[in-house]
Design a protein around this ligand. Sequence first.
Ligand code: ASP
Length: 579
Amino acid sequence: MTENFEPTSLRDLMCGSVDSTMVGERLSVCGWVAKRREHGEHLAFLDLRDHSGIVQAVVDGSVDVRSEYVLRVTGTVSLRPEGTLNDRLATGDVELTDCQVEILSTAEPVPFQIDERTEVDEQVRLKYRYLDVRRDRMQRNLRLRARVNSTLRRAMERQGFCEVETPLLWAPTPEGAREFVVPSRLHPGEFYVLPQSPQIAKQLLMVGGFDRYFQIARCLRDEDLRADRQFEFTQLDVEASFVGQEDIFAFVSEAVLDAAEVATDQRPGPIATMTWAHALDRFGTDKPDLRFDMELHDLSTHFAATAVKAFAAATVKALRVRGGGEFTRSRLDALTDQAKALGAKGLAWFRVTPDGLDSPLARFLSAEETSVVRSVDDAQVGDLVLIVADEYALACKVLGALRLTIGAPPVSEGPHRYVWITEFPLFEGVDDDGNLVSAHHPFTMPHLDDLDLIDTDPLRVRSQSYDLVLNGWELGSGSVRIHRADIQSRIFTALGISDEEAQSRFGFLLGAFKYGAPPHAGFAFGIDRLVAILAGEDNIREVIAFPKTQSGTDLMTSAPKDITERQRRDLRLKFVPKV
Ligand code: ASP
């Protein structure tokens, strides 16, 4: 709908705003020809469209206009004659009569109809994105996105946050993704890096006394594109001093819930929290989709002394699939293939039938094992029980993935279930050189109870980091930061980052921390992802005006493309043929 519309020198109101209270008034509207119908030689009906809607103009005599011509129509608002009302149109009881038509711009035949009903191939939509955004879906989505942005901004300002812009031409940041680099003309052979996030800049602002910072920030990561990932994306980036995790949850929840309310007219309840360990144990993932139950169950103790080789493993995890007894053999084979592709040795399945368990493995189970499997999660006749036996994390991960394959609705389908995931491990594993790898980034504060484990059992160290998850998508993450030099240096040592390397990579941050660093914490979440789900879309491309394709190209501009010889010379770039 039209908000805050002021007449301009060309138009008095929007097409969708013409209504029966204006009958008799002579008004001008501007827009695109959505449709044109001739009635004999001397009468034409034009549907004129702008983003607010469509109004019908009745033109006496013939006018030479075609679809998508841009017109200014001045006419008298009239009630439509009986029998010609159109209840599919908001303006369907009125029309403009006695019209004067000015052609502001002509249009060639468009490659697809500018309406909702016409299905258009996405490649074509992206090539002619300027026409695609003329259609209702993109108009709705981009306008929703604008409302979400302004709501987030207002929520942060209301909570005392100050928006500060940070540079796009920057130095490497420690998020761990591949970076886009920009060659410097003035310093040949040297490069800027486009920021993966304003992480270091915002921590520097904490040292600088901006104790509540936010930014609607563009971030860039050179990673493979997916439904929820583009090279560039927009974050609500937040950092605050003299706060703990709970404060950050409160600030961010307020902004997210405000945005959800603006988009859906309903304010979701307070956002629950769940530890990472619980999420993994119950849902097999750190991004649990809580819209449906199907929790994982641990049968390890019951199988500790099993005689069945397939179940002789550290962990035996099971999943009950309601009504899954009907799955065909080929569906079960596909699930088994998926389990194997994720690293499992296999997938055991059991149909619960009135006569007991139906499965190639059933006859090998002991009586106790049979009864445990039979009653997993209160399984009933007609259900299916899936079991993965393996090392703990793998068993959880595999069953968690099968749970999604079997049960997850499209991401944008309601209800919207938000959850904070807390206490992630500080390190996610060990790299090829035997060094620990940060799960978040190297400035994340360890859980203070676990400090001693850094040297003895580092993979068990919990961190003070957290994610916000919505319907199984990670909306964003954050952490309490290390502001003490002694802890930071222990972490760098654990990560195999030498003093020299730390100095060369983050020297400016470590230097700043010597001049009075307040305790601080922050968070960032992806606005593209939030808006997509709120808009009912399953791909973030649908809420981005000019996105890239899956292979990273812009079909409209043809970017990326070659630069001129002159530019190459200026930048002293020479291309080495691919080997
Ligand atoms: N910079 C982090 C990220 O982009 C978020 C944060 O820790 O504030 O994931």
